[in-house]
Design a protein. Structure first.
Length: 302
């Protein structure tokens, strides 16, 4: 479900950004607005980012191999990390450079009304993309806040698209303010200020994404609720208690579970095997993502 929802949100964002990029560049050609150029590049970068996310999702579905016995689920994290780097370098730094150039060498805008109309159309398209991402994320978010969802989500596509869309809408508002002030005051440097503000915004969003996707790449444990459920279900007939438990995400929907459990001192080999098999069935029923499990029997020593 989460993979399907992530792909749907990514496709909606890709379609919106491709259309927005075209009209922004047309508006830049007409007006010469630095904000429009920065926003056009921003949309191109976002389109490339969505392409990378789709490529990562496809790559992650490859079968496990002897060289990669746990599969390729983390490819989705790798591509999410690349998206964050692209947003920082190709999006944020370019916009910041263009804004500084506009401040140093200001040019009066031609036909600013064209820029305003284009930006309003772009706001509508980005709003559609954001609405789709919110709808697809709501079930995974549960009772968590949206900030908490971005921090804790194991599915990289949805937080990336959400932050990209929020940044895009905010950037469009900044561009509207910059173009509007430049036209109203006759001071073209306001366009440069708006462009710089867009660059700073994209860099901040990129830093957040880099931090979060890096954490997933390094290897995050299961959510606390899932850890509690796994620990609870491990205990049952033939297993007295959990001595220690380790979990790690191999991908958004796949968990590696390693546990040492205490068995009765008198348990035989058949009893131990049967108890472990039953524990695996219980755990997977409670937490379906726990696909790879290694359970070590032991005796509890206080």
């Amino acid at each position: 479900m989460s993979a399907h929802g992530g792909s749907k949100a990514v496709l909606a964002a890709l379609g919106a950004n491709l259309g927005i990029a075209v009209i922004k560049f047309v508006a830049f050609a007409i007006t010469g607005s630095g904000s429009m150029l920065a926003e056009g590049v921003h949309s191109v970068v976002d389109s490339g980012n969505q392409g990378l996310l789709l490529l990562g999702g496809r790559s992650a579905r490859r079968r496990a191999t002897p060289e990669h016995p746990f599969g390729y689920g983390r490819d989705r994290y790798v591509y999410g990390f690349l998206v964050a780097l692209m947003l920082f370098s190709a999006g944020g730094l370019f916009a910041l450079y263009e804004g500084v150039e506009k401040l140093r060498h200001p040019d009066h805008l031609d036909s600013p009304i064209v820029a305003v109309i284009v930006l309003l159309v772009a706001v509508a398209l980005e709003g559609y993309s954001l609405r789709t991402a919110l709808r697809e994320s709501r079930e995974l978010k549960g009772s968590d806040s949206w900030f908490g969802f971005v921090r804790h989500a194991k599915v990289p596509e949805l937080p990336v698209v959400l932050l990209e869309d929020v940044a895009a809408l905010t950037g469009l508002v900044l561009a509207l303010i910059g173009v509007g002030l430049a036209d109203l005051t006759g001071e073209p440097r306001w366009d440069g200020v708006g462009t710089c503000a867009i660059g700073v915004l994209l860099i901040l969003v990129a830093v957040v994404l880099v931090i979060e996707t890096k954490s997933l790449l390094v290897g995050e444990a299961a959510a606390p609720a899932d850890v509690r459920a796994i620990e609870r279900e491990l205990v049952g007939p033939g297993i007295e208690r959990v001595i220690h438990l380790r979990t790690m995400h191999l991908g958004p929907e796949e968990l590696l579970v390693g546990a040492k459990v205490a068995m009765p001192p008198t348990a035989g080999a058949r009893d131990i095997a049967a108890a472990i098999d039953a524990a695996e069935v219980r755990v997977r029923a409670a937490v379906p993502a726990a696909r790879v499990m290694y359970i070590e029997p032991d005796l509890f020593r206080a």
